[in-house]
Design a protein around this ligand. Sequence first.
Ligand SMILES: Cc1cc2nc3c(=O)[nH]c(=O)nc-3n(C[C@H](O)[C@H](O)[C@H](O)COP(=O)(O)O)c2cc1C
Length: 182
Amino acid sequence: MDNLLNPMLFERHSIRKYTDRPIDSEAVKQILEAGLLAPSSKSARPWHFIVVEDRAILEALSKCKKIGSRPIAGCALAIVVVADPEKSDVYIEDASVAAAFMHLQACALGVGSCWIQIRNRFDAADVPAARIVRSLLNIPDGLEPICIISCGMPDEQRRAVDPEKLEWQKVHIGEWTSGESL
Ligand SMILES: Cc1cc2nc3c(=O)[nH]c(=O)nc-3n(C[C@H](O)[C@H](O)[C@H](O)COP(=O)(O)O)c2cc1C
């Protein structure tokens, strides 16, 4: 059978360095569309996406964690993924799938992006990152910031994944097997 695996799946990487070029507005719309098209349990779609372009707010968001949030400072825009626990008992999974769809669609459009974890993360003074994000963006109580997808035109090249390096030992056929499975 022909290999119909999307080559983008090998080329996709987290991109954390961005040029100053703005992202085409149609591309931004398509990235958000991908999030809105994501599957969710019982089709509850318990998410909201906040698009942030204000440089001062991006700079503040980039400091919401001890480590791992600096890419936000240099991105063209950030998509803050917020979930509503009232709308679904699996809101974290639902919001995460939507975030992954946006990350993949960004890649398909040549836009670099990176998932920045917010839930369960803390800043240098041990303040919850979610509390900082909530206050910077006026997110109502009850809604939970899950992650931020930083987006920008790539200013770094990453090598495609070597198919030989895939961890096939983590695939188990029929039942749990330890050691070689395929
Ligand atoms: C749930 C999750 C949380 C992540 N959190 C961060 C983060 O806070 N900061 C960051 O720079 N990258 C973060 N990443 C990106 C990972 O570091 C990255 O996916 C991993 O190193 C593999 O690299 P690749 O995406 O280029 O294949 C996160 C990814 C996921 C899926």
